[in-house]
Design a protein around this ligand. Structure first.
Ligand code: BV8
Length: 225
């Protein structure tokens, strides 16, 4: 069975990473148009860099949870028949052991040079304008897809959704496109695992409610039984 799993901030919530739209979420403290658009970066790069430096630093305070680990067990069983497509910019899937993970909205622990277009794994801050390891210029921006920018690897995602037997959406509110449209692009069966109904809940053949650390291990055990 070929499965595509889409994850959102909800799968990392129980690891201690704030989601965007839930109460006390990231977008309560920050206007996304002020910190997550190329225009915002042009207007006030310092504000944007500090926003992402803080989130990058927070990654060392958290660990993958039972939902991330359950998807690793599923990958061990399905191999290349499983693809995890994540909207998340954290690295908890990889730190749990997932190998086939595609970040459509980029990664916090990566810096992108706006001068030489090279990308570099990056752990520390960017606000102090460090030199690019390739070209030496101080033009490094967060390797994040902002609103108005094209998500990464959409061809790969479209092909996987067109060929899948099952599409599963975990921990996402379904309000940001094109990710929110994947349920319509998926050829196979569709299942949503979420704490609350997402904006596209009625588009799924089946929806289960609850925390990811309960729903995902139970679903994986059921599938592998
Ligand atoms: C593009 C990186 C062209 C940054 C992000 C008008 C109509 C339709 C679309 C548009 C429009 N105007 C503009 C657009 C396009 C825009 C868009 O969709 N805007 C929205 C706001 C209307 N999209 C874009 O600009 C995209 N680019 O369209 O380019 C194109 C199109 C097609 C093909 C090629 C090119 C680029 C969007 C990417 C922006 N960057 N992230 C950063 O991280 O700072 S988006 C960001 O928000 C996330 O990555 C994610 O994608 C999105 C939503 O977040 P979620 O992950 O869903 O988190 P949220 O907090 O919202 O929800 C959490 C959910 O989890 C909830 O449902 C909750 O119930 C659940 N939950 C909570 N705890 C748990 C849980 N579930 C289980 N267990 C728990 N414990």
């Amino acid at each position: 069975m070929r499965i595509v799993v889409l994850t959102g901030a909800g799968i990392s919530a129980e690891s201690g990473l704030t989601t965007f739209r839930d109460s006390g979420g990231l977008w309560e403290g920050h206007d996304p148009m002020q910190v997550a658009t190329p225009e915002a970066y042009a207007d006030d790069p310092g504000l944007v860099q500090h926003f992402y430096d803080a989130r990058r630093a927070a990654l060392s305070q958290v660990e993958p949870n039972a939902a991330h680990h359950a998807l690793v067990r599923l990958e061990d069983a399905l191999g290349d028949d499983l693809l995890v497509v994540t909207q998340n910019v954290d690295d908890l899937h990889e730190r749990a052991g997932s190998r086939r993970v595609h970040h459509i909205h980029g990664r916090l622990r990566s810096a992108w040079c706006t001068r030489c277009d090279e990308r570099h794994d990056w752990q520390g801050p960017l606000a102090d304008g460090p030199a690019c390891p390739s070209c030496g210029a101080s033009g490094l921006r967060p390797d994040i897809v902002w609103f108005g920018e094209i998500p990464y690897g959409m061809d790969l995602v479209e092909q996987a959704l067109d060929a899948c037997d099952l599409f599963v959406s975990i921990g996402t509110s379904g309000v940001v496109y094109p990710a929110a449209a994947f349920v319509h692009w998926a050829r196979g069966a569709t299942l949503e695992l979420n704490l609350e109904p997402s904006a596209g809940a009625t588009d799924f053949a089946e929806s289960r409610r609850g925390p990811a650390t309960h729903l995902v291990p139970a679903w994986v055990e059921e599938l592998l039984a």
